[in-house]
Design a protein around this ligand. Structure first.
Ligand SMILES: C[S@@+](CC[C@H](N)C(=O)[O-])C[C@H]1O[C@@H](n2cnc3c(N)ncnc32)[C@H](O)[C@@H]1O
Length: 361
């Protein structure tokens, strides 16, 4: 713990008494919603912002502040994700294959409610849409009602690991659908969340969509990376600052300056019903260069939707995905003839992933 952790802990301990003391003062409650955001009481931001608005409906400053707080509580990528047609189509197709009239579906990480709506449209008898972000869950409830599925889809606000099988689901689900994967597959906690759900909440013989996923890699080059790096600024050579650049770098999968220079391979493969690893897990493989200068390793994701469907955001000129590829640049580019073997290794702890070139000379 450092000083700022201590201060946050003190602020958290005194937070609810401050809310009680604010009473029915909309401005004070809006300020407390801001404080909740600062000290990490994320679940309190939205309810307090709504209460502040209700108590001060004509106060334009309260309206502006709460709008900003609510917007900040929702990651921006939701918007690009909802417009990602290949992703949406892969989920819709798998849901239509799995759902028959009466199927009981659990949607983990429901977001706007899109996958729940797809399941209901495909004929699911009952759908529970579980979403931990209260602002998103509230909006999903309204979206679902506006689309006429309020009777069949029930939104539960909270984390899926807190769901109770009988009280929240009224029995195990036949199908669990989820999309809680990130650029590196793992960062949203998919392994832990789905292992818990498949043990506690899925009916025997039930189906997970997606059923598993792979971390894909290939050798590659991203020539526009140089343009993002710092070089000469105002006559000074600041290129040394590039040593502080984050790794990996995120690159749109259709970036025309990103090319793959080996066949693709799965560095890590996961069955989403299996228990998550308790210790950091390492993997290694050999990629065969197609020839020419290789700048680094490119990583993307592949989802096994079901026995018949695979989704992959493999980089290429026609690729379309809101998930970016992850680029791990080598310290120095490799200029190797076609057929050269390059050893790649990686390690993950269930959430973070790191990839590197093993055979540096
Ligand atoms: C990537 S979005 C997907 C939204 C929606 N399912 C879709 O595909 O359009 C993931 C959502 O899951 C929520 N989430 C992540 N892990 C969760 C969990 N274990 N329980 C409940 N919600 C979760 C996040 O707040 C976020 O809104």
């Amino acid at each position: 713990m450092n000083d700022s952790d201590d201060l946050r802990a003190v602020a958290r301990a005194g937070f609810e008494p401050m809310v009680a003391a604010a009473g029915r003062d909309g401005r004070k409650l809006a300020a407390l919603a801001g404080l909740a955001s600062k000290i990490g009481l994320r679940a309190r931001v939205y309810p307090l912002a709504l209460e502040a608005r209700a108590l001060a409906p004509d106060d334009v400053e309260v309206a502006a502040r709460t709008q900003q707080l609510i917007g900040h509580s929702v990651p921006r990528w939701h918007f690009n994700m909802l417009r990602d047609e290949p992703r949406n189509a892969a989920f819709d197709a798998a849901i239509r294959r799995a759902v028959t009239p009466g199927t009981h579906v659990l949607d983990i990480g429901a977001g706007s409610g899109l996958l729940s709506l797809m399941a209901a449209r495909a004929g699911a008898g009952r759908v529970v849409a579980c979403e931990e972000n209260p602002a998103i869950a509230d909006v999903a409830t309204r979206i679902i009602a506006a689309n006429g599925y309020g009777e069949r889809i029930r939104v539960v606000t909270g984390n899926s690991t807190d769901l109770e099988m009988e009280a929240d689901l009224e029995g195990r689900a036949d199908v669990i659908v989820s999309e809680i994967v990130s650029n590196n597959l793992l960062a949203e906690g998919v392994l832990k969340t789905l292992a818990d759900a498949s043990t506690r909440l899925l009916a025997p013989g039930g189906q997970m969509i997606p059923a598993g996923g792979d971390v894909m890699v290939a050798l590659g080059s991203w020539t526009a990376l140089d343009e993002r790096d710092v070089a000469i600024v105002d006559g000074f050579d600041l290129s040394g600052f590039n040593a502080l650049a984050q790794v990996p770098r995120t690159v749109p999968v259709a970036d025309p300056t990103l090319t793959l220079q080996s066949a693709a391979a799965a560095l890590l493969s996961f069955d989403f019903t299996a228990p998550p690893p308790r210790e950091p897990h390492r993997a290694a493989l050999t990629l065969t260069a197609t020839g020419g200068p290789v700048g680094g390793v490119v990583q993307w994701i592949r989802l096994q939707m079901d026995a018949d469907g695979v989704y992959e955001n493999r980089p290429g000129p026609d690729a379309k995905s809101h998930w970016g590829a992850q680029y791990y640049p080598f310290a120095e580019p490799l200029d190797v003839p076609a057929g050269t073997f390059v050893q790649i290794a990686g390690v993950h702890d269930g959430q973070r992933l790191l990839v590197w070139r093993e055979d540096r000379d």
